[in-house]
Write a protein that binds this ligand. Structure first.
Ligand code: PLP
Length: 390
């Protein structure tokens, strides 16, 4: 076979999916595994959303739609931005996509040339670094510091930005640390981006999963009309990971180009899924409130439990559903400890390094699982660490 495109040698997979595959092999051999590796709500999609999808199929909403999405959905997204971000984007600033991830891919390939620089958090969602390499861009990972509660420090961005910087990627609430940026930090970063004339991609997929205070978007200062792109979706907030539905809001001329890319790559998002999306944005939020209540309870149990394990310390995450303990006190690397816990006691979590070099010394636990499983896992980890110490 002829050699593949060069970019194929630079693109990386995702740690969560690699560990999931490993657990499947162990489960096939009869091992029972407690799962903390995958970042998706363990709640079903709310009933009214499922029903809207089913009815849409029965009513034959099964054809191509306009690329940006059916007008009712685009208008519902516009209204959602007005309510949650405080500004009303024009309809031409919005495009519906099959999931949040395509929004990362499309934003990155449409703004950055090979050799230009991309700033992103480290640890951070692995796609940012992987796609940066794929594009042939220069990655500028910015270390998130524990003493700053893992919030990206605007001064660190200012110290690393250059005339070659094209894109700054932000993610608040953050995967994997659960940190939430403050309004003043985000305003400061918007200023820095303006001064240096670069784009911002704000990955707001966890915008609703906030334990205290109101959400603030870095796209508010320019209303996503000049340099900032807002990415959000339905996967986490509406338990719709498998439906594949998300959207981008950005400058009109950029969204128009992204629309052309979508025309060439996948035409549009499935019509009946868009119908379900309208139900999600316009329907009741009581299932979401129950889910958040449950995440809040689990957050306390897992963080208290992890802090009780010798060699572990864990801050309280402010958003999303991930606990990010510092495990340097165990004396093991995050890779070795994650491997040990999986094989010794069947607890599957992710090594911090799955999120970049800045993740060394940490593990990520997704607590989108039952209190019973969390309590069992904490006990097993504690016993495994005690055995390690002997
Ligand atoms: N952005 C972040 C920070 C995520 O954690 C995820 C999923 O884990 C995504 C984007 C992707 O979302 P989706 O499943 O809608 O593609």
């Amino acid at each position: 076979m002829k050699s593949l495109a060069d970019g194929m040698n630079r693109i990386l997979s995702e740690g969560a999916l690699t560990v999931l595959r490993e657990t499947k092999v162990l489960e096939k051999k009869g091992r029972s595994i407690l799962h903390f590796e995958i970042g998706q709500p363990d709640f079903p999609t709310p009933g009214h959303i499922k029903l809207a999808g089913i009815q849409a199929i029965e009513n034959d909403y099964t054809r191509y739609t306009v690329t940006e999405g059916i007008p009712e959905l685009v208008e519902a997204i516009q209204n959602e931005i007005k309510i949650t971000r405080g500004y009303t984007p024009d309809l031409e600033q919005i495009i519906t996509l099959p999931g949040g991830k395509p929004g990362i891919y499309l934003s990155m390939i449409s703004t950055v040339n090979p050799g230009e620089e991309i700033i992103f958090p480290d640890p951070g969602f692995p796609t940012y670094g992987s796609l940066s390499q794929y594009i042939g861009a220069k990655s500028i990972p910015i270390k998130l510091k524990e003493e700053n509660q893992f919030r990206l420090d605007p001064l660190d961005i200012a110290a690393n930005i250059s005339s070659r910087t094209k894109l700054i990627i932000l993610n608040s609430p953050q995967n994997p640390t659960g940190s939430v940026m403050t309004k003043s930090e985000l305003e400061h970063i918007a200023e820095i981006a303006k001064e240096h004339d670069c784009f911002i991609l704000s990955d707001e997929i966890y915008s609703k999963l906030l334990y205290d205070g109101d959400f603030y978007s870095v796209t508010t200062p320019d209303q996503a009309s000049e340099r900032s792109l807002l990415l959000d979706g339905f996967s986490k907030s509406h338990s719709m990971t498998g439906w594949r539905l998300g959207y981008l809001v950005g400058p009109k001329s950029l969204i128009e180009k992204i629309r052309t890319l979508v025309v060439n790559a996948f035409t549009c998002t499935s019509e009946f899924i868009q119908k379900a999306g309208i139900a999600a944005l316009t329907g009741p939020m009581d299932s979401f409130e129950l889910m958040m209540k449950s995440f809040r309870e689990r957050r306390k149990i897992i963080v208290d439990g992890l802090n009780d394990i010798p060699g572990f310390t864990c801050q309280m995450p402010q958003g999303a559903f991930y606990a990010w303990p510092n495990i340097t006190g165990t004396g093991l690397s995050s890779q070795d400890l994650a491997h040990y816990l999986l094989h010794e006691v069947g607890v599957a979590c992710l090594p911090g390094t799955a999120f970049g070099l800045g993740g060394e010394g940490y593990l990520r636990f997704s607590y989108a699982t039952s209190i019973d499983i969390i309590s069992k896992a904490i006990l097993l980890i504690k016993q495994a660490i005690e055995r390690l110490e002997k």
